[in-house]
Write a protein of this length. Structure first.
Length: 465
């Protein structure tokens, strides 16, 4: 019953270079400041000793002013009218002013270094391409949409079991359905919904304080691609990105960072789903789709599945089928009578793969009978017994990702450039991706052939010697 997830993570997390640089900088700044302070104190003491017989000094407003030394005659004389030779002006600075200046320089230097270390993250995560939509200020570009259109087109193509097309590029994207809408338009609508939904999900996670490390995610993606480039060359790695609907290695890295962000939010939603709900959960009823659902269920396994349960005691006699059904019906009655569904799940559920958040799925992802029953339920409604090859299910529909996305979408400020969306061609996008995939296969084969030939030549040379 568990859904499968693709793992886009790269190599394990590595030590942060930024942290080391900052620590070294702090230590050097502290050491330099101490040495400068010692030199300043020593110079000030020496200057005061040498000049004490002639002038007494005082500090006023941060400047050194001069007054006559004790016993000196300051009366008028002819010499008073003779202009003395001019001495070069001295620029004086107090110890405190110098220290403040040094501290200011250090702070500015540290700030500049910090910004320099952060700039790669900002640059890598800046969207490429022309803005085609925005969600509460977050941009979605035409290059982003190519990826989502590719994903939506593949899903649409694979779900059309009646088609005779052997590849997505051969598919008739201009054909219309019962509603008179072109397949290509349906794909673009689905792609735009997916793009907006991901932004809404990430924004909701940020609002709820979900913790994740953007820099680590980016560094992991960069490290993974650097290793691939070292092995296969930049051209091959770039073609691999284009074959997945991504225009560049930079966009590939950005997509991995987004994936990590989404995974962090979805994980938090599984642990604390209620904190994402609006205060009045009844408002979510209007956003319940007919072909997607989030549910919790209680499974009572039938004899066939129970006999394969590794946790069952060896040689233990299986309960008769009628007893299993009777047990399931009893639990169902208790659930519909108002008992806490989570408590009943904890006590009786035999689906060991189910989490507290239950399951979220679309068409074709679960057993047909299970899906059909789930899609018909209203929020917080409990089904009758549903029988599948796994056993007997008691299903409760709960507020989940799709309901929340509908609600968030209603609350968000979303702008879409319809003319740009209209100009995007599903077939052209799929053709470009197919070309990149073919080029990747060709160049990879050539590279492997060259490596193999080089290896054979080396072996022959060695054996000849």
């Amino acid at each position: 019953m568990e859904n499968e997830n693709k793992d886009l993570k790269g190599t394990p997390e590595e030590n942060s270079m930024q942290d080391k640089v900052r620590e070294d900088l702090d230590a050097k700044l502290a050491e330099a400041a101490a040495e400068v302070q010692d030199e300043i104190d020593s110079a000030a003491s020496q200057e005061q000793t040498e000049d004490g017989d002639t002038f007494a000094g005082y500090e006023a407003n941060g400047e050194m002013s001069e007054i006559p030394a004790e016993g000196e005659d300051d009366s008028w004389s002819d010499e008073a009218f003779i202009e003395p030779p001019k001495e070069p002006k001295k620029v004086t600075m107090t110890v405190s002013s110098l220290v403040l200046s040094l501290i200011g320089t250090a702070v500015v230097g540290a700030l500049v270094l910090f910004l320099c270390l952060r700039i790669p993250v900002w640059i890598e995560n800046m969207p490429e391409g022309k803005k085609i939509a925005s969600v509460d200020g977050t941009e979605i570009t035409d290059l982003d949409m190519k990826y989502y259109i590719y994903q939506a087109a593949m899903e649409y193509y694979q779900n059309d079991t009646a088609t005779s097309a052997t590849t997505p590029t051969e598919y008739d994207w201009d054909q219309t359905g019962e509603d008179g809408k072109k397949a290509s338009d349906i794909v673009k609508d689905n792609a735009l919904d997916a793009a907006i939904g991901e932004v809404l999900l990430m924004n909701a996670g940020d609002k709820n304080g979900v913790e994740w490390n953007e820099e680590e995610a980016l560094m992991s993606a960069q490290t993974q691609n650097q290793q691939l480039i070292a092995l296969y060359g930049e051209e091959l790695v770039e073609l691999n990105a284009k074959a997945q609907g991504l225009e560049s290695i930079k966009q590939y890295n950005r997509k991995i960072v987004q994936y990590e962000h989404i995974q962090a939010v979805e994980s938090d939603m599984e642990k604390n789903p209620s904190k994402y709900y609006p205060e009045d959960t009844s408002v979510l009823d209007q956003y319940t789709p007919d072909d997607k659902a989030s549910v919790k269920h209680i499974l009572i396994k039938t004899d066939d599945t129970a006999s394969n349960d590794t946790e069952a005691a060896e040689g233990e006699e299986a309960a008769p089928a009628e007893d299993k059904r009777a047990k399931a019906e009893e639990i169902l009655n208790r659930a519909k009578s108002g008992e806490d569904f989570d408590a009943l799940m904890e006590e009786f559920n035999e689906d060991t793969g189910e989490t507290e958040a239950g399951y979220t799925f679309g068409p074709g992802e679960m057993m047909p009978a299970f899906e059909e029953a789930a899609f018909k339920l209203k929020l917080n409604e409990i089904s009758d017994l549903v029988e599948t090859s796994y056993g007997y299910h008691i299903i409760k529909r709960i507020p989940g990702k799709y309901e929340l996305e509908g609600y968030w979408k209603e609350q968000a400020k979303i702008k879409v450039n319809e003319s740009m969306m209209e100009k995007m061609s599903v077939k052209d996008i799929l053709t470009a991706i197919e070309t990149a995939a073919n080029d990747f296969q060709t160049k990879y084969a050539e590279q492997q052939g060259t490596s193999s030939s080089s290896g054979s030549s080396s072996s022959s040379s060695s054996s000849g010697q």
